[in-house]
Design a protein around this ligand. Structure first.
Ligand code: SF4
Length: 315
């Protein structure tokens, strides 16, 4: 019988483990159990730690047991299937998607080995697809991520084709803040993705023991807030000008006045963006000070002030 991993939070919600989960969670997160054969420098998967993705532990269960639990507890509004880069996982993802899409809405996040897989995953029943760019700088992509057909230009090509197949606004792409890229590179990539019809889903770099980047620091929260605000503006049609950055590519002003920012920014600016109902609780954060808020908060003013403080600072 095939086995599948589920995030520890999902396992708790499904009653497969005993664990208190306080964050709202509307999406069940699953991952193929075949180890990833790529070796992104920031990901545990490529370094013999198949049971981890970012901060999260993913216990493995027989697929049948997970299906039974999903049917017995119909509490989720979406199922997210993360597929490792492994030919066997790619074969299984079609079967999993076919079965899971009979239970609920399904997002599949994977790196396609060819265009055909994108159409096949749509035909199998997925209504959203995620193809992660992860690294916002072309040079750093080559350094930290490139492997066989996983290249910067191929990723953009796959995203473009995915938009043709799934439609604008139904393709997501995870982008990591804090891998050494500058603000200008990050913001230009977010603009490119949004112009293509892709929804960028921000994540904060999280150092994982045993990976080549285990000693890199996570990004300062003020910088993350500044990028969340920038993404909100980009999503609403604003574009940044070269003079909004200094010579090192650091963001030094928003293209809108502060007063306007206070009117435009809302709670969702600081929450997970991507597929509907995705909260990805504590995926890359310490619960005491989350980069992506797990739920709306009443007063976003202090978060916007953090962003503005970063933008006005020299570093
Ligand atoms: S945005 Fe959320 S639901 Fe969509 S692919 Fe990413 S983790 Fe999964």
């Amino acid at each position: 019988m095939e086995r599948i991993r589920v995030s520890i939070g999902t396992a708790a919600k499904l009653g497969l483990v005993s664990l208190k989960m306080d964050a709202p969670m509307y999406t069940a997160y699953m991952m193929t159990s075949e180890p990833c054969v790529a070796s992104c420098a920031y990901c545990a998967q490529g370094y013999g730690i198949a049971s981890r993705l970012s901060r999260i532990v993913w216990p493995e269960y027989p697929f049948e047991d997970v299906l039974r639990a999903l049917r017995e507890r119909p509490i989720f509004k979406r199922i997210c299937l993360q597929v490792t880069y492994n030919p066997r996982a790619h074969r299984n993802m079609i079967l999993y998607t076919r079965v899971l899409s009979k239970i609920g809405k399904v997002s599949v996040s994977f790196y396609p080995m060819n265009h055909y897989e994108i159409q096949a995953i749509k035909d199998a029943g997925a209504d959203y697809i995620g193809i992660s760019l992860d690294v916002a700088s072309k040079e750093l992509f080559r350094k930290y991520r490139e492997y066989e057909s996983i290249t910067w230009s191929n990723t953009l090509d796959m995203l473009m084709y995915a938009v043709e197949v799934f439609g604008r606004g139904r393709v997501t792409s995870h982008v990591i803040v804090g891998l050494g890229e500058n603000d200008k590179e990050l913001i230009r990539v977010l603009e490119t993705l949004v112009d293509m019809g892709v929804i960028p889903s921000l994540m904060a770099f999280t150092p994982i023991k045993g990976t080549p980047l285990e000693n890199l620091e996570p990004p300062p929260i003020e910088r993350y807030r500044a990028i969340q605000v920038a993404l909100e503006l980009i999503m609403s049609g604003v574009r940044f000008r070269d003079e909004n950055f200094d010579n090192n590519g650091k963001l030094r002003q928003y293209p809108l006045d502060e007063g306007v920012l206070f009117r435009v920014i809302k709670s969702t600016t600081f929450m997970v963006r991507g597929c509907p109902w995705c909260t990805r609780p504590y995926y890359n954060e310490n619960p005491s000070r989350p980069y992506n808020l797990p739920k709306p908060i009443g007063d976003t003013r202090s978060l916007l002030l953090e962003a503005i403080k970063y933008v006005k600072s020299d570093s």
